[in-house]
Design a protein around this ligand. Structure first.
Ligand code: KIV
Length: 287
């Protein structure tokens, strides 16, 4: 755990890796979650384009826009000023040109993020170089890359052979050469992630990539139990059942309203007895 009182920077993350201390990484999209995660000592927060699914109810990540992402990013930055915040560049916000990549990455930085993340390897290396040349810290994302769901044929484990893992390595090296400070591996066998980490200078984070990485990312809705949908990756571990807790609270509230138990006297504003009498007399007058 990093010192909660100090701002987490790229240097802090590099020193965690150098010490062999695992970084704790989770997604956040809103102010309260960011506040609670920072209080709990989470090192990095990803404002992921998974917000499309977790927060907006879309079937995949492809349709979320920069405008929507920036609303989430600003809320998280307000809630977790000392945590390292990564803004996730959404589909088509960086693929088209270096100018787009710099403009949209810059918008995350001015919204309060410390870095951006983009998906892909050699084919986005030119964009990564443009962003790092503009002074922006960039995290790559390889393995299962949800913005390429069409090409990858769904949410499938990647890097299952030596050949496939070597191709991931070539992509990671292209990102390293382009100036990225870190890479996130998603849905790789643990052995493949370990092979890759040994061959890279980058800080290596994993989600569904086993233990041999420098830090673990989770989707906060997966660990909190409030994801509404039927995707349940093998690597998900639940630490709470917010879905049940929230639904139970709404049911109890609804019953109290319908049965007249809410609001109770303690939920009502007081008034001087003379004013209350005047009000009820005035009400009677009208009747
Ligand atoms: O958007 C996101 O949360 C992500 C993770 C799935 C890696 O990119």
């Amino acid at each position: 755990m990093t010192d909660c009182r100090k701002k987490v920077t790229v240097a802090t993350l590099a020193s965690l890796k150098a010490r062999g201390a695992k970084a704790v990484f989770a997604t956040a999209y809103d102010y309260p979650t960011a506040v609670f995660a920072e209080r709990a000592g989470v090192d990095l927060l990803l404002v992921g384009d998974s917000a499309a699914m977790t927060m907006l109810g879309h079937a995949n990540t492809l349709s979320i826009t920069m405008t929507e992402m920036l609303v989430f990013a600003r809320a998280v930055a307000r809630g977790a000023p000392r945590t390292f915040i990564v803004g996730d560049l959404p589909f088509l916000s960086y693929q088209l040109s270096n100018e787009d990549a710099i403009r949209n990455a810059g918008a995350f930085i001015t919204a309060g993020c410390d870095a951006v993340k983009c998906e892909g390897g050699a084919r986005v290396a030119d964009r990564v170089r443009a962003m790092t040349d503009a002074g922006i810290a960039v995290m790559g994302h390889l393995g299962l890359t949800p913005q390429s769901i069409g090409q990858q044929g769904g949410y499938r484990v990647q890097g299952k052979t030596l050949g496939a893992t070597r191709r991931v390595l070539d992509d990671a090296l292209a990102l390293q050469d382009a100036g990225a400070f870190a890479v996130l591996f998603e849905a790789l066998p643990a052995e493949s992630a370990a092979y890759l980490r040994e061959r890279l200078d980058l800080i290596v984070y994993g989600i569904g990539a086993g233990p041999e990485v420098d830090g673990q990312l989770v989707i906060s809705h997966d660990i909190l139990g409030n994801f509404v949908g039927d995707i349940k990756p093998k690597f998900v571990s639940r630490y709470a059942d917010l879905d049940t807790i929230i639904e139970r609270a709404f049911r109890a509230y609804a019953e109290d309203v319908r049965d007249g138990r809410f609001p109770a006297p303690e939920h009502c504003y007081a008034i001087a007895p003379a004013e209350a009498a005047a009000l009820s007399a005035a009400t009677l007058d009208r009747a």
